[in-house]
Design a protein around this ligand. Structure first.
Ligand code: PEP
Length: 249
């Protein structure tokens, strides 16, 4: 049995001071649990404080929400993957729909960021997902599989075997509209099939997470859906008590 993965994406919320308070409350409500993987993606500016707060809790992993594809240089405002690692991250979120659609990052940039993360010793949660008009045109799987194949195109099969995928339909992110467990299973099954071709192994253990308006109320039914190996949670992870309850699902 794969361990379920619970990932919290705080987006541009919770600076260093708030991170301290949040993690104190969260850790009190969430004792170490070996049967699941928990990852928190704070803003980069809060990583060091988060790492300090989690120093006695190696069961809670830290991730960075974004990295630049170059190691360092004249890229004002950006963070390199090695810097994120130095600040305490072990995972990078790549291809989030807000990076793709608010910041205009296409498949090529996503692929370069995945490669940069691995080069720095981070693993990756690669996000894929279709927009509402793509869903309406029945192109969900074509879009998602194109994003997936492009995202992993610069990785070796051994690196691909270490990533996690998050299927996040764009129309479900931050909208209160969730995919049904059946919708998630259909897309996750297609992703799994495509991954098996790349990694060329029978039992590919790559976790495939669902994300998009996950809440305390719907977490259980989504997690029980076949091929849903975990949850990536935005808005509902901003309250430490709610996040602890979702991570306990
Ligand atoms: C996300 O940011 O990855 C996300 C899924 O957000 P929300 O849970 O708020 O829809």
């Amino acid at each position: 049995m794969k361990k379920p993965v619970f990932a919290a994406n705080w987006k541009m919320n919770l600076g260093p001071q708030e991170t301290r308070g949040y993690l104190k409350t969260f850790l009190e409500a969430f004792p170490p649990a070996e049967d699941r993987t928990v990852i928190i993606f704070p803003p980069a500016i809060s990583l060091v404080v988060a790492g300090f707060a989690l120093r006695d809790r190696p069961d809670v992993m830290l991730g960075v929400q974004n990295v630049h594809w170059e190691e360092k240089g004249a890229f004002t405002g950006e963070n390199g993957a090695a810097m994120a690692k130095d600040a305490g991250a072990t995972v990078a979120l790549v291809g989030h729909s807000e990076r793709r659609h608010t910041f205009g990052e296409g498949d090529e940039i996503t692929a370069k960021k995945c490669a940069a993360a691995f080069k720095a010793g981070l693993t990756v949660v690669l996000c894929v997902g279709e927009k509402i008009e793509e869903r309406d045109r029945n192109t969900t799987q074509a879009v998602v599989l194109r994003q997936l194949k492009a995202g992993i195109s610069r990785l070796t099969p051994a690196q691909v075997a270490q990533i996690a995928i998050a299927y996040e339909p764009v129309w479900a992110i931050g909208t209160g509209r969730t995919a049904t467990p059946e919708d998630a299973t259909t897309v996750h099954t297609a992703i799994r099939r495509a991954l098996k071709e790349v990694v060329n192994a029978k039992n590919v253990e790559i976790p495939i997470l669902y994300g998009g308006s996950v809440s305390k109320e719907n977490a259980d039914s989504l997690l029980k859906a076949p091929e849903v190996d975990g949850l990536l949670v935005g808005g509902a992870s901003l309250d430490p008590a709610i996040w602890a309850s979702i991570a306990h699902t």
